[in-house]
Design a protein around this ligand. Structure first.
Ligand code: FAD
Ligand code: FES
Length: 275
C-alpha cells in the first residue's frame, strides 16, 4: 500500500533527469522527486510547472522504482506545451499519488488481456512492468495495441523486446501503415479475434481515447468478458485530484478518487462515460 500523503495540495519538488522524444507529439519526462513517491499502477499524479499550472498524468514507469518516475505526455495545451519544453536539471512539482489504480491482487491467477490505444500505452507500460515483475502470479498475459501510424507507436524499442518474451502474447496494429510496417493494419478491434483465452473468466484492461474504449468494451462484451472483469481508465477533466472540487464527476463517483480505474459494471449506466 502507498503511504498516506500529509498535505495533498503540497507538491513535492522534483528534478528532471531526462526528456525522451517518443513521437512528434509525445515526450517522456523522467524525474527524481526530493522525497520518494510510491504508487500503485493506474494511480495518477498532478505534475506542476511552476508559474504555469498543473495537470494530471498516470506514471508510465515501474511502480517499484521509488526514486525515479516517468510520465509520458502528449502536447495538447498550456501545461503540456511547457512540459515538452522541459530540460535536464529543471525543477517541477509532483502531487500524489492520487486515485485508485488497478486491483492487481484480483488479477492474480487469471488470464489478462491488456488493450491499449495511442497515449493509453503510457499507464499500461507501468501495468506491464508490474506483470513482468511477478509474471508467475498471472496465468496468461496478452497485449493488443494500436495507434494511428508507425510514427505514433510509443516505446517502440521496448515493445520490440516485449514481443520476444515467453510470458506475453503480443500483437500490434496501426490505422495506416508505411513501407516498413510489417504488422497488422486496421483498428485495434481487428486484432482481438485470435486470442486463446477463457474470456468468461478472464480480465480485460482497456486504456486509450474514449471512442476506442467504447468500441473495445462493446467487442469485449461480445467476446464473453463479464462486465465486472472489464477495467477502464477514465481520464475526466480534473482540478483538485482529491474529491473536493467536483470537476471530475462521473455519475455518483469522482473519477479522481473512486477512479481513474473503474470496472465497466460500476459506471456502465452513466451517460457521460465515453465523453
Ligand atoms: C487521471 C488522468 C491521467 C492522465 N494521464 C495522461 C498521460 O499519462 N499522458 C497524457 O498525455 N495525458 C494524460 N492525461 C490528460 C492530461 O491531463 C491532459 O492532456 C492535460 O491536462 C492537458 O493540459 P494542458 O494545460 O496542456 O491543456 P489545456 O490547455 O488545458 O487544454 C487543451 C485540450 O485538452 C483538453 N483537456 C484539458 N485537460 C484535460 C484533462 N484533464 N483530461 C482530458 N482532456 C483535457 C481540453 O479540453 C482541451 O481540448 C490524463 C488525464 C487524467 C485525468
Ligand atoms: S478533480 Fe476535484 S473532485 Fe475530482
Amino acid at each position: 500500500m502507498h503511504k498516506e500523503i500529509s498535505n495533498p495540495y503540497r507538491p513535492i519538488e522534483a528534478t528532471v533527469i531526462k526528456v525522451i522524444a517518443e513521437t512528434p507529439t509525445i515526450k517522456t519526462v523522467r524525474f527524481k522527486p526530493k522525497e520518494p513517491i510510491t504508487f500503485q499502477t493506474g494511480q495518477f499524479i498532478e505534475l506542476t510547472i511552476p508559474g504555469v499550472g498543473e495537470a494530471p498524468f498516470t506514471p508510465s514507469s515501474r511502480p517499484s522504482a521509488k526514486d525515479i518516475m516517468e510520465v509520458t505526455v502528449m502536447k495538447v495545451g498550456k501545461v503540456t506545451d511547457k512540459i515538452h519544453q522541459l530540460k535536464e536539471g529543471d525543477t517541477i512539482g509532483v502531487r500524489g499519488p492520487l486515485g485508485t489504480g488497478y486491483p492487481i491482487n484480483e488479477f492474480k491467477g487469471k488470464e489478462v488481456l491488456v488493450i491499449g490505444g495511442g497515449c493509453g500505452f503510457a499507464p499500461l507500460r507501468s501495468l506491464m512492468y508490474e506483470f513482468f515483475d511477478h509474471s508467475e502470479e498471472f496465468k496468461n498475459l496478452f497485449f493488443r495495441g494500436g495507434c494511428k501510424n508507425p510514427q505514433e507507436l510509443l516505446y517502440r524499442n521496448e515493445i520490440n523486446e516485449w514481443a520476444k518474451r515467453d510470458d506475453l502474447n503480443l500483437k500490434l496494429t496501426v490505422d495506416k501503415g508505411d513501407a516498413a510496417w510489417k504488422g497488422n493494419v486496421g483498428l485495434v478491434t481487428t486484432i482481438l479475434d485470435d486470442i486463446a483465452m477463457d474470456y468468461a473468466n478472464g480480465i480485460a484492461v482497456v486504456c486509450g481515447p474514449p471512442v476506442m474504449m467504447k468500441f473495445i468494451t462493446k467487442k469485449a462484451l461480445e467476446m464473453g468478458f463479464k462486465e465486472e472483469n472489464i477495467y477502464l481508465s477514465m481520464e475526466k477533466n480534473m482540478s483538485c485530484g482529491i474529491g473536493k472540487c467536483g470537476h471530475c464527476r462521473l455519475g455518483t463517483y469522482y473519477a479522481c478518487k473512486d477512479g481513474p480505474v473503474f470496472k465497466y459494471s460500476k459506471i456502465k449506466n452513466f451517460h457521460q462515460i465515453w465523453d
